[in-house]
Design a protein around this ligand. Sequence first.
Ligand SMILES: *[C@@H]1O[C@H](CO)[C@@H](O)[C@H](O)[C@H]1NC(C)=O
Ligand SMILES: *[C@@H]1O[C@H](CO)[C@@H](O)[C@H](O)[C@H]1NC(C)=O
Length: 553
Amino acid sequence: MGTSTSPLSCFPVLLLLFLAAAIPWPRLAHAAGVGGGKWDLLKHSIGISAMHMQLLHNDRVVIFDRTDFGRSMLALPHGKCRHDPKDFVLQVDCTAHSAEYDVSSNSIRPLMVQTDVWCSSGSVSPDGRLIQTGGSNDGERSVRIFAPCNGCDWEENSSGLLVPRWYATNQILPDGRSIIIGGRNQFNYEFYPKSSSTDTLFDLPFLSQTNDPNVENNLYPFVHLNVDGNLFIFANNRAILLDYTRNVVVKRFPKMPDGHARCYPSTGSSVLLPLKKLKRPSVEAEVLICGGAPKGSYFQAIRGSFVGALSTCGRIKITDESPAWSMETMPLARVMGDMILLPDGQVLMINGAKSGVAGWELGRNPELYPVIYRPNSPSGSRFHVQNPTTIPRMYHSSALLLRDGRVLVGGSNPHEFYNFTGVLYPTELSLEAFSPGYLDPGVSHLRPEIISPPSQTKLKYGQSITVRFSLSGELSSKGVSVTMVAPSFTTHSFAMNQRLLELDGRQVKPVSKSVYDVQVTIPESGFLAPSGYYLLFVVHTEVPSEGIWVHIK
Ligand SMILES: *[C@@H]1O[C@H](CO)[C@@H](O)[C@H](O)[C@H]1NC(C)=O
Ligand SMILES: *[C@@H]1O[C@H](CO)[C@@H](O)[C@H](O)[C@H]1NC(C)=O
């Protein structure tokens, strides 16, 4: 950020203080290094454990855990019960294992899933329905659809997938279909919905090549839609670029230099960093993968020895001719963390543990401190430790971005059942919100408020739009951008389909006192932004407005 290259330690303390006082304070808050952000307990209990979460465009979050670990603390409505002769634990269960959380009223509505959704995957279709796939036991081939409407519930097809998918990853594609990749003992992919030409399985030998015979380490692969339409797929410690339309690997990326596995159960996390300068063909895309567990950690953990988590991240420009990993070190080691893109383009690392691996009883030492990673800061000043929570969020916890800029945090259940007492890290039924520093009342004078377009506006690829916003304080000359975020399906430390685009064109025109227009262009293609619902934010000097929902087609 600063232009000086002198090490800070050379500065006399007084001079430092003077410099600090001269820097406008929001920047100072970022530069301070430790602290920032605020935690709120939203609900002591929602009755189920938030293992999987997806925000839909009605500002409600679909949440589910599993059907096969006994009674939850949330009753199904109207005396309904699930009758499932195939369930391993309860063949008649009158409790819910899925729920809809309404953000504005902070309330929960129980939902009914019929088959086991444990360790499954999902995407949101262009029309805004959650398409969830797979799971365990009798749910391993299910496709379940949840439409965002009042009083709606899950609709299931228990033979919707060609093969069982447990620990698979989904990505929404530019043509609106979902691709479902891998899962335990599945070295292949398939699509939903199917057409006559794609009504079949496609082999993906990369998944067997990365399937370490001792520990799988390639489950829940990290998948990102690249700006050229190909899929970046990372499993274990390396990645490919897949042209799924021809089933051809078009690029093999080098192994991450330290060679450690980053996928389940050595669970790290991965994000596609914000995409900007969206005029093709020059768009660049970078992936950041952080944390995980060193080689051998799984075997140590099952013998009761919990190895310290990885503190390294690898960052790679996947659009480069010859891409290379650049390694960075986090201030805190983390396994089973989540990485969530914030509307201002920063990356929040949250949840997880300091040692062990993913799996029943295999994690130790919760990492209570989130960290913000600033991708555009110079290397060496990108990581900023935030204020801690008090609630461990171990295996089976999750996080996602809400429209108001807060991050919803829930789940944590490292046990085979709902266990609330007599165990390390009891099953967590609570929901918390982490409010990054940009929500501090102290910066409210910098916070834009979007006046138009209205929420739920329908937009077309390449369309130019004017976003009108107001500001209570003064406009900073260079500090306005407009970002668009695709909400994620988050589970097992990976936020599927998460994507942030910084829109082109940011010239700001004053309209009247405290009101401004900024004109921006919606991305040109579904390669950059698959059709569907996005959250759109105006960001002023790193402080985002509340988002509005827009639909892109
Ligand atoms: C369930 O999905 C399968 C595979 O796509 C399809 O053939 C079948 O018709 C579907 N069943 C229902 C009831 O929709
Ligand atoms: C966890 O819950 C299960 C099911 O209720 C119970 O059988 C088991 O004893 C519990 N474990 C502990 C350590 O309390």
